[in-house]
Design a protein. Structure first.
Length: 115
């Protein structure tokens, strides 16, 4: 299969909760992540074409939890195979250079599975 995405995506092999910064509520978990976007698994679909300010934590190469905050645009939602679950696609539209580097390093960590 040919890969047409601009940025490499990596599957999340552990639970990475994603929080809406405006409500401080968990909206789902990361299914896969790249420096330019993410696919989440959510208990309910996100609002169509909405903008979100999101926060999540990923481990760096030393195993330390690193918090990342991104501005994201909701692109699509679809029902997942499990009842009451939805896949939601996001494109990142605002991220600091430091947080971008944290995500790049996480995606490039050797020995992981890629989307």
């Amino acid at each position: 299969m040919n890969e047409y995405r601009r940025a490499k995506r990596k599957h999340a092999d552990e639970a990475i909760d994603v929080f809406d910064c405006m409500t401080e509520q968990s909206i789902g978990r990361i299914g896969n992540l790249s420096e330019s976007g993410a696919m989440l698994i959510c208990p309910q679909p996100l609002f169509e074409d909405a903008l979100y300010q999101l926060r999540f934590s990923i481990r760096d190469s030393t195993g330390r939890e690193r918090s990342v905050e991104v501005g994201a645009h909701h692109l699509w939602s679809d029902e997942a195979g499990s009842p009451g679950q939805h896949w939601c696609g996001l494109r990142f539209i605002d991220v600091t250079k430091d947080h971008l580097q944290i995500m790049r390093d996480w995606v490039e960590t050797p020995g992981e599975s890629y989307a």
